[in-house]
Design a protein around this ligand. Structure first.
Ligand code: TMP
Length: 199
């Protein structure tokens, strides 16, 4: 059985995490060996990023930390795929390009730099599903999650993130799914994309 590497991307509140879990359950129900993972990871450098212990660091240093976490994670992903597993990954390199570029004011040369620093350390996913959502709707969802609003979740910032994602989607051929549809419709669309690559 050959494995697959599927990535889910989207601005905050797009519904990625819930969708990933549902897809993972669906695939397991069909007898597939699906594993769910996310970035930043919850180990090593990923856990360090999530803990906020890095303190006052520059935006570029923060971007390098995300990539360093990804380097170790990619080795793990490759191992899983080589064992025939379907890896469902909640965020990957496009998150660094979309978010850190927005942190760096969306400057085109910064975006190029972010793409370059990722280049050597990533694996090309079999599919990248971008859940596209109007930030006003996405932010409403974040607000109802009852979590602390992080620095990544401000509206203007999310608008820039969305625009970066749509640019990347066009450049690299991501599968864009309208995340304002019902959960069932989004799930159906995502499953169609996945079915086409796991045959
Ligand atoms: P999460 O909400 O999907 O757990 O992601 C945590 C936050 O980290 C989210 O706001 C996006 C941000 N992030 C980046 O800024 N750059 C990255 O490379 C990744 C993977 C996440």
């Amino acid at each position: 059985m050959s494995g697959a590497f599927i990535v889910f991307e989207g601005a905050d509140g797009a519904g990625k995490s819930t969708l990933c879990e549902r897809i993972s359950e669906e695939l397991r129900g069909r007898g597939k060996d699906a594993v769910l993972t996310a970035e930043p990871t919850h180990e090593g450098i990923g856990a360090f990023i999530r803990s906020g212990s890095a303190g006052e660091i520059s935006q570029r240093t923060e971007a390098l930390l995300f990539v360093a976490d990804r380097n170790d994670h990619t080795e793990w992903i490759q191992e899983q795929v080589s064992q025939g597993k379907i890896v469902l990954c909640d965020r990957y390199f496009a998150s660094t390009v979309a978010y850190q570029s927005a942190r760096l004011d969306g400057d085109a040369s910064e975006m190029d730099w972010l793409i370059r620093i990722n280049d050597e350390f990533i694996d090309i996913p079999d599919a990248i599903i971008l859940l596209d959502i109007d930030p006003e709707v996405g932010m409403g969802r974040v607000g109802t999650r009852g979590e602390e609003i992080s620095k990544f979740e401000r509206l203007d910032f999310q608008k820039q993130v969305r625009s970066n994602y749509l640019y990347l989607a066009e450049q690299y051929g991501f599968d864009v799914v309208d995340a304002s549809m019902t959960r069932d419709e989004v799930f159906k669309k995502a499953m169609e994309i996945i079915e086409a690559v796991i045959q």
